[in-house]
Write a protein that binds this ligand. Structure first.
Ligand SMILES: Cc1cc2nc3c(=O)[nH]c(=O)nc-3n(C[C@H](O)[C@H](O)[C@H](O)COP(=O)(O)OP(=O)(O)OC[C@H]3O[C@@H](n4cnc5c(N)ncnc54)[C@H](O)[C@@H]3O)c2cc1C
Length: 427
């Protein structure tokens, strides 16, 4: 069977060493079969193992092969749509539950890193940067909103204060979240996978689930083996394809691209981001950046609807980086890669149950590093029979993309073009 390697990224090049994992070539029995070894699958597996379940993880390629091993590494709290929008669409009780959970994912990551001694360059501090006065006004109301749900560690920054933390002249202000921060995303996934194995979980790599036999005793088939399980967790996100057709209609894979400079040296790195916080701007099509452990600038942005791979990533992202930091004009780009995240129409996660025993969580629409860690906990709670928090997510309404499978990509791109124009003209 073909051995799918990691894409050539800075993360793959600086990954911690891990032992090879076998492909499934047998029939095995387990309590829970998790499909996908990204953060959703690994976080679910860890919480389940900590609660006494027997867990088998099937990964089509390698641990962290998907978005979890390629992302910007930014620990961004809350969801891709904010709690006021949730409140308007689902009412106060459900919004209260979801609002209380909005900062839990970041805490879970920190607990995991500490408990399992995961070496992933964890740093505290994330900045939301406002390019327009309107965006600054939005951050002010977001701070009040988050404080209503008990998240009080936020600091608004005016134009002078934000210059202390990021050497970029584009911003009129921002908001600092010290419970945000950043990590080496692939090393976090690899560390979590090691923790799964430490607790007795089994991970098979190069083992795609190709068919699910549904029913009271479901079976997941791979090309050379089977897993019989009491429960299945589907955690393949943007890389899942059509394995579960019900899910594909209400979500759409999208690509986003990241570049990494050569090492900048301590002085230049510190001049850009003196406190080593990560930054994302407040545009609809946002730019995000941070320093790596070895002082490179990791800069991401752009969205390709329908997840086609752009031919020249550096040509798309480097101009964005130079707009933020013209002082990097002579700096070489060492790595450029693309990865897929899963978009839903509401930009809220798609969570639920098919029949009695197939659970899923996917589609966090861009901000997923924290949510996926929370999702693992919430899914594990549901399998243990405590489904109140799971239901708060599962009850969020989801709709198919207009245009169906054929036209959803141009329709979504049109929508994004409209929002991109609004960003450009400061609306
Ligand atoms: C380039 C990029 C930058 C991003 N930056 C940020 C950021 O800075 N901050 C943030 O909060 N979010 C960011 N995100 C989003 C975040 O990375 C994702 O939301 C999150 O990692 C999704 O995790 P996941 O486990 O659900 O999916 P994935 O990490 O994509 O994992 C899914 C896994 O399932 C496997 N799989 C799929 N189908 C099957 C199958 N049939 N059988 C077995 N295995 C299967 C895949 O191979 C893959 O390994 C970014 C995303 C991308 C692509």
């Amino acid at each position: 069977m073909a051995n799918t390697p990691y894409p050539e990224s800075y993360y793959a090049a600086s990954a911690n060493a891990v032992p090879p994992r076998p492909a499934l070539e047998d029939d095995v029995e387990t309590d829970v079969c998790v499909i996908g070894a990204g953060y959703t699958g690994l976080s679910s597996a860890l919480f389940l193992l900590e609660n006494g379940f027997k867990v088998t993880v099937l990964e089509a390629a390698k641990v962290g092969f998907g978005a979890s091993g390629r992302n910007g590494g930014q620990i961004v709290n809350s969801y891709s749509r904010d709690i006021d929008v949730i409140e308007r669409s689902v009412g106060p009780r459900q919004a209260q539950l979801l609002g209380q959970m909005a900062f839990e994912g970041g805490r879970i990551i920190r607990e995991r890193v500490a408990k399992y001694n995961i070496q992933c360059d964890l740093k505290d501090g994330g900045v939301f940067a406002a390019i327009t006065a309107k965006q600054m006004g939005h951050l002010e109301s977001q701070k009040h909103l988050w404080e209503r749900f008990g998240h009080t560690q936020l600091e608004l920054m005016d134009q002078r204060r934000i210059r202390d933390v990021v050497a970029c002249d584009q911003y009129v202000g921002g908001m600092l979240d010290m419970s945000g921060g950043h990590i080496h995303p692939l090393n976090l996934a690899l560390g979590e996978a090691a923790a799964v194995e430490l607790l007795g979980g089994v991970i098979y790599e190069q083992s795609p689930a190709v068919r699910i036999e549904r029913g009271a005793n479901p079976v997941v088939h791979t090309p050379q083996g089977k897993v019989r399980a009491k429960f299945i967790i589907v955690a393949g996100n943007a890389y899942l394809g059509n394995l579960v057709p019900e899910l594909a209609a209400k979500s759409m894979p999208c690509g986003t691209q990241v570049i990494t400079t050569e090492p900048l040296g301590d002085a230049l790195a510190k001049s850009l981001l003196p406190q080593d916080y990560c930054v994302e701007d407040c545009n609809y099509l946002l730019d995000y950046y941070r320093l790596s452990g070895d002082k490179r600038l990791i800069f991401g942005g752009g969205v390709v609807y329908g997840a086609r791979d752009p031919a020249n990533i550096e040509a798309i992202i480097r101009p964005k980086m130079l707009k933020a930091f013209p002082q990097l004009k002579d700096v070489k780009i060492d790595y450029a890669w693309t990865g897929n995240f899963l978009l839903t129409l509401s930009r809220l996660p798609q969570v639920g149950r098919l029949g009695d025993n197939i659970y899923y969580s996917q589609g966090c629409s861009g901000h997923g590093v924290t949510y996926t860690h929370l999702a693992g906990k919430v899914l594990a709670e549901a399998l243990r029979g405590q489904a109140e928090r799971f239901d708060a997510f599962a009850d969020l309404p989801h709709y198919p993309f207009p245009g169906g499978q054929l036209l959803r990509t141009p329709f979504a791109a049109l929508g994004a073009w409209y929002y991109g124009l609004r960003d450009k003209f400061g609306y």
